[in-house]
Design a protein around this ligand. Structure first.
Ligand SMILES: NC(=O)c1ccc[n+]([C@@H]2O[C@H](COP(=O)([O-])OP(=O)(O)OC[C@H]3O[C@@H](n4cnc5c(N)ncnc54)[C@H](O)[C@@H]3O)[C@@H](O)[C@H]2O)c1
Ligand SMILES: [Zn+2]
Length: 356
């Protein structure tokens, strides 16, 4: 099954192509059609690159990827390395790996020579359904996640779901969390579809996985084309995609981006907190709250964390870039499939609400 989604954002038009077993063919084509390509490759997926003819003749850099590469140090090290290899405005950077590499590569591509083309070849479920789409990139600081970065759309996104065959189960689940997020914020039918089809997704049925990726990308597209820079405050706001991320990011920052929680695990806990708040504030029915919670439990997505009420978490949230004038903006739910932006919530009130 081949699928293509076109994104038209800020004078850039690019395609997201989903095709099983396509990675080698797509890399070959990129090499043939561009004069100077530089590959940034997650070490764990180097085997896909090795299949390319004469791969040793290509300019490439391998990187051990995890959340810690989204740092000033790695940004500087990699940028210098790329410069030392020879790069001009017509060069193309190609990132093959998960969301951490994509986020770092995006920031490098947008700043190197004031912008060189970037092709993303995402190889984790999370990066295929979420992070490779929409042009947000960035690195972390001790003050919070993704606090330094740009909006920079890629030239192309090439998704081969068969690359997921080597992905550890925990990382797979992390990506599934973003799929469920897309369903919960935007599409009740998709949520019901996931209830029926999730087993096939976890059993690596590539036809069903491709459908889930296609649906996720399509939902994300709706928000990013209408609100690339996250300026809107209505139901089209790109901020809606941050459902579960206020608490999720705070947990990740609290743990110093170590391996305690994957991104998907952190935002799962965040989504449950946001759902609970939605219910306590009488926006979301108990029935829908329970539906969400049961889906998470059934799939092994975490719903609690021992530090989630730690006062440091709330301090981190106050500093979060999405909160203007020290007031907290949260994404809440009216139903499964219907999220909205609730600005200026009092965090002390929230603290009391969720502790009960
Ligand atoms: N830019 C955005 O819009 C956006 C959206 C969502 C998430 N994110 C970011 O994405 C990041 C998380 O991305 P991620 O979950 O892909 O993490 P990751 O890049 O760290 O990948 C997870 C692990 O899987 C390994 N891996 C990658 N592909 C593999 C494969 N095919 N087989 C086996 N192992 C493989 C990696 O080496 C790594 O150890 C976070 O930093 C998050 O903030 C960004
Ligand atoms: Zn996320």
């Amino acid at each position: 099954m081949n699928k293509k989604i076109i994104l038209n954002i800020s004078e850039k038009k690019y395609s997201v192509e989903i095709e099983v077993n396509s990675i080698k063919k797509k890399i070959d084509k990129l090499i043939k059609s561009n004069n100077n390509v530089i590959f940034l490759i997650d070490k764990k997926v180097f085997n896909f690159f090795e299949k390319v003819k004469n791969y040793k003749k290509q300019k490439y850099i391998t990187i051990s990827c995890s959340e810690t590469i989204k740092s000033f140090q790695d940004y500087s090290k990699l940028s210098n390395k790329i410069l030392s290899m020879g790069v001009d405005r017509k060069s193309v950077l190609i990132a093959i790996g998960g969301g951490t590499l994509g986020d770092l590569a995006g920031f490098i591509a947008s700043t190197l020579l004031r912008g060189v083309d970037l092709v993303l070849i995402p190889t984790t479920l999370l990066s295929q359904v979420d992070s490779s789409i929409g042009g947000k990139n960035g690195i972390n600081t001790k003050y919070g996640k993704n606090l330094i970065g740009t909006f920079y759309q890629p030239a192309k996104v090439l998704i081969d779901p068969s690359t997921l065959s080597s992905l550890p189960r925990r990382e797979f689940l992390s990506g599934y969390a973003e799929i469920v997020k897309h369903a919960i914020i935007n599409d009740q039918k998709f949520f019901n579809w996931l209830n029926v089809n999730s087993k096939k997704i976890f059993n690596l049925n590539y036809k069903i996985i491709s459908e889930a990726i296609y649906k996720s990308v399509s939902i994300k597209k709706e928000y990013v084309v209408k609100d690339e820079k996250e300026k809107l405050k209505n139901k089209y706001s790109r901020a809606i995609l941050n459902f579960g991320h206020t608490f999720g990011h705070a947990l990740e920052t609290f743990y110093n981006y170590d391996k305690t929680l994957t991104h998907g695990e952190a935002i799962s806990i965040g989504m449950i907190i946001a759902s609970k708040i939605s219910h306590k504030l009488k926006y979301l029915s108990f029935e829908d709250f329970t539906k969400i919670k049961n889906h998470f439990i059934a799939h092994g997505l975490p719903i609690t964390n021992k530090e989630m009420y730690n006062k440091k978490i709330f301090e981190i949230i106050y500093r979060d870039k999405k909160n203007i004038d020290n007031k907290v903006n949260l994404i809440l739910l009216k139903n499964v499939g219907n999220a909205f932006l609730k600005p200026n919530i009092n965090l002390d009130k929230i603290k009391k609400l969720i502790k009960n």
